[in-house]
Ligand binder design. Structure first.
Ligand code: IMP
Ligand code: MG
Length: 189
């Protein structure tokens, strides 16, 4: 899998060091409050597991399963909520965990849905934030790393459901990405 990367952006040790810092900041912020973490699956799974084990606070964990890419490398601008009921967050302090802030459509839709239940607060923590214009205006409160507008995989992030189990985060080689509207341009195996 690693040979499909153009270059590694963050190796495992660098990611885990940054998670120590993020966890310290989150722990200090929510000390003494009723924290509910909402992890956005599948991309945040590995990030969530490593981050939450560094936060020594009592907390509730719920997961939301959404899809916005529908299999490609460019956001479709639509968000599908795969579950019928949303976690109960009324009067809770909510921290949403996601893998990456890209167009902002996913996180903005999730915030809208959760805010309708009148939580005490809603904040966002992302592992990665792409430095680019967003389709929906949304800010993350905690950010692991800022990156350029490139397609990355690994440490939970996928391309067509592959590469999630890479321990590092890297830029996928361009020829591995299937271009839309170009029949025959399938990624190499
Ligand atoms: P949005 O465009 O901010 O709504 O991001 C939606 C979702 O697209 C993210 O939660 C990721 O799962 C996925 N995504 C966005 N950029 C990348 C990327 O560079 N690599 C892999 N997945 C991505
Ligand atoms: Mg994805």
């Amino acid at each position: 899998m690693q040979e499909d990367l153009d270059r590694v952006l963050f190796d495992e040790a660098t990611i885990l060091r940054r998670l120590d810092e993020l966890a310290r900041a989150i722990t200090a912020e929510y000390e003494g409050r009723e924290l509910t973490v909402i992890a956005v699956l599948n991309g945040s799974l590995i990030f969530m597991a490593d981050l939450l084990r560094r936060i020594p606070l009592p907390l509730k964990l719920d997961c939301l399963s959404v899809a916005s890419y529908h299999g490609g490398a460019i956001s479709s601008g639509e968000v599908w909520f795969k579950q019928l009921t949303l976690p109960d967050v009324a009067a809770r302090h909510v921290l949403i965990l996601d893998d990456i802030l890209d167009s902002g459509v996913t996180l903005a839709s999730i915030c809208d849905k959760l805010r309708a239940q009148r939580p005490s607060s809603v904040k966002i923590c992302v592992l990665l934030r792409k430095l680019k214009a967003r389709l929906r205006p949304i800010e993350a409160d905690h950010v692991g790393f800022d990156i350029g507008d490139e397609f990355v995989v690994g440490y939970g992030l996928d391309y067509l459901e592959r590469y999630r189990n890479l321990p590092c985060i890297g830029v996928l080689r361009q020829e591995k990405i299937q271009l839309p509207n170009k029949p025959g341009t399938t990624p190499e195996k």
